[in-house]
Design a protein. Structure first.
Length: 411
């Protein structure tokens, strides 16, 4: 029996960890289809571990955000980074797959480059928005950049980087199958009420920064209960819990709900996509969840807040007109953005109220979101198995192996 191919794969936060789990499964299937075997090690969460990754470092120990937040956690980050480097040197994988999380992954890419190990970067960091100087690191250290937004491929190619738009993995997912009645039963929700999703982010700092104002807005909405075409609206509020949160972070989340949501009808759930699918509308922290909301077609408002230091620096270097990815993909303001000081409970209510009853504001946004979905799948994408399958094919080609998908495409 041939020796297994060793693949390093790393993801640092909830969205990348989800893609990483799917990618491990896809690579296993493709390699097995050719009579081979593979072992996977690196950094990831529990979903990647369940898919077959040997976790050298847990992603939940590395997921911090912002300049000041990173500084506070530097000792732990460096300790875990050294552990990853030691494993890489000891095991010498055939290829490295790095998923987003640029602050750690660009440093790892340099290590792989020194060892002569090819690097695939899946899910581009937002260099097109800021830190464009890092394009030099991509050119030097990354063999292939696999991007999930259509405007990213021409950006990289203009900078002489080998890049390919594989589509967005979330665009390949079917809509949640769970019925509204079943979802209500599982989470103690009232099916007669309108449900509003509150998605404060997947990291502890995001949650502590975002959730209090979201719950304050929930309180205003509960008191005001805007009227739809018929009877007065009543609300349940749904908060998805990111799977990358550890036990202390989950305890913190529960504490925030108890302090700021006292007297409100609030449910914590574990399926963000189902929550978005069944919610009447949502308040979503800037990040991957905004793409999930857009793809599902759930009307939403985007909020975004970082530390004052991080925000002041970002204002000087960010060169894009919008924060929300849905707006960047559309090239126009489709969903409202409440940034930094504009992110208040009163402003959330002001923006979300028109989206709750049936009528032109709600219908217009839903139509725009449907168009965004069409932009996130390449032509003939479904025939090639979707974004994850295309990414796995490119990784195998970099290893010198032909995948079943590529063979079928050539026949």
């Amino acid at each position: 029996m041939p020796e297994p191919t060793t693949i390093f794969i790393s993801a640092g936060e909830a969205s990348g960890e989800h893609y990483g789990a799917l990618l491990v499964e896809a690579l296993q299937q493709k390699i097995a289809a050719r009579g081979g075997r593979a072992t996977f090690f690196g950094m990831g969460g529990t979903r990647m571990e369940d898919a077959g990754l040997e976790r050298v470092v847990r992603s939940e120990d590395m997921a911090v955000m912002g300049i000041t937040e990173v500084v506070r956690h530097l000792p732990r980050i460096y300790r875990e980074f050294r552990r990853l480097k030691a494993a890489i040197r000891a095991r010498r994988p055939s290829v490295a797959v790095l998923i987003d999380f640029p602050d750690i992954h660009f440093r790892l890419a340099g290590e792989f480059h020194r060892l002569g190990i090819p690097v695939v970067f899946f899910v581009s960091p937002q260099l097109w928005a800021w830190k464009k100087q890092r394009i030099k690191l991509v050119r030097k250290y990354v063999n292939k950049m696999l991007v999930i937004f259509p405007f990213e491929e021409p950006f990289y190619r203009e900078h002489n980087v080998s890049a390919e738009f594989v589509g967005h993995p979330l665009a390949d997912l079917p809509l949640p199958q769970i019925s509204r009645e079943q979802f209500a039963s599982e989470h103690d929700l009232n099916p007669a009420k309108s449900w509003i999703g509150l998605l404060p982010g997947s990291r502890a700092k995001e949650i502590s920064d975002n959730l209090p104002q979201m719950l304050a807005a929930a309180r205003i909405l509960t008191l005001r209960s805007p009227k739809a075409a018929g009877p007065r609206m009543q609300f349940d509020f749904i908060i998805p819990v990111a799977p990358t949160l550890n036990s202390s972070q989950r305890k913190m989340l529960h504490g925030l709900v108890e302090r700021h949501g006292d007297g409100l009808s609030v449910s914590l759930v574990h399926d963000a996509r189902a929550a978005l699918f069944h919610a009447r509308a949502s308040v979503v922290a800037s990040g991957t969840a905004t793409v999930e909301a857009a793809l599902i077609g759930n009307p939403f408002v985007v909020v975004y807040r970082v530390s004052p230091v991080t925000f002041e620096i970002a204002k000087r270097v960010v060169k894009v007109p919008f924060v929300a990815m849905a707006n960047l993909i559309a090239g126009k303001l489709v969903v409202p953005e409440l940034i930094q000081s504009a992110f208040t409970a009163a402003n959330i209510v002001r923006q979300i109220e028109p989206l709750l009853p049936d009528g032109p504001p709600r219908e217009s946004m839903m139509k725009e979101l449907e168009q965004i979905r069409g932009l996130l799948t390449p032509r003939l994408g479904k025939e090639n198995g979707g974004a994850i399958a295309r990414a796995a094919t490119v990784i195998l080609e970099l290893l010198g192996a032909a995948s079943p998908v590529s063979e079928a495409a050539q026949s």
